[in-house]
Design a protein around this ligand. Sequence first.
Ligand code: NAD
Length: 436
Amino acid sequence: GSAEILDQLREKLSPRGDVVSPRGRALTEEVFGAPLTPVEVVDKICEEVQSTGTSALLHYLKQLDKADLSAEQLRVPEEDLAAAHAAADSALIDSVRRIRENIVRFQSAILHQDVTIEPSPGVRLTQRYVPLRRVGVCVPGGAAAYPSTVLMTAVPAQVAGVKDIAVVAPPTPFGAYNEDMLATCHELGITEVYRMGGAQAVAALAYGTEHVPAVQKIVGPGNLFVALAKKHVYGTVDIDSFAGPSEVIVIADETARADFIAADLLAQAEHSPGSSILITWEESLLDAVEAELTQQLSELSRSDLTLDSLEAFGALILVNDQKHACELTDSFAPEHLHIQTADPQTLMKSINNSGAAFLGHYTPVALGDYAAGPSHVLPTGGTCTWAAGLCSNSFLRSGSVTEFEQGAMAQIADDVERLAEKEGLTAHARSVSIRR
Ligand code: NAD
């Protein structure tokens, strides 16, 4: 039954975002001298950075990342960004340039434009959009390096017209010491990069310290500590979303190729943890995909981690028909949805909930992860029923502009006065009647 499958799948679809590895737990004990929960850890770090600024930031960089930095070493010198760019693989820089163009093209096309209507003579009503002045971008650096994250966050911000972009990455070889990441920043014209990550970096960006000017919004992916810290500082600043581990649901019919599907499931599992789920009504696909998974796993560089993730958070599901597949998918609201059927456009119409959808046999999710144009920073864990992925519009603030010429209020003045009087706000009513 659907309810039973749903329960089982929820387990699969939400890799334990709230669980910390044994190494992470040992680090917590070592640093705090007690087995604090991740929320307690993050609250403590954020409160200390808020009250004592740079000294708390440096303390936690030393304790959690083993990086003994001075306040002056927090910011990556611009010469280092230029040097990384000069030394970078020129093919990488060419790719970054081309990808940037793709992102700019899409993100510019979807950017909100001011809208003005004139509902009656002498009345103009405008919704206007203004870019945020200063934003912070989190680039992860614990387990892998992500130049792609710089592209997928900073370029939409630039398209929106954000002037100041501060990139933060942990002081690690995968983070702020990663030459490809630094070269990508330089190529994109980003000059402000900080050697800081985790909850302490999020707090520094939100509250500002003597060495890190505060921002208005913090975006970008990260581990549980980064996600919880963004939640902690929300209200002081805006954030993009509360993102957990990555997920994909592949819906396939008899026209799909088992080797393609296996490659797609493995690509998501490679995030480790990452949820990889196939839903199909074509029974023969199940065995074929399983055989392909085994075959292709042996050829991957992160095969152990990928297998662990697949075993814990992978599933091949046989449903009765296409309708059942769409209902299940909609209930799960996956971050990524990949439809590999004969007519994916029609099937897409029956599914409302997905962070990013990929249609057809020749649209692997990796195209969107790296280069197509929409951002790869997406809502996870079922939150796309109410949250949206990052895009250029995420960096705009909207405001309204209302303008009535003399005499133009006649049409609505009676209504305003009536409601104001009903609410007992006679000064409101008088501010209208005095102009009659
Ligand atoms: P990270 O930079 O997010 O986190 C590393 C930081 O976490 C460290 O610098 C440290 O300060 C902090 N930390 C680690 N253990 C801690 C502990 N016990 N107590 C307090 N703080 C601690 O890097 P990461 O760990 O590699 O995680 C990156 C995550 O982002 C991964 O889950 C990856 O899959 C995800 N990601 C998602 C996207 C996307 O767009 N959806 C893109 C890239 C990466």
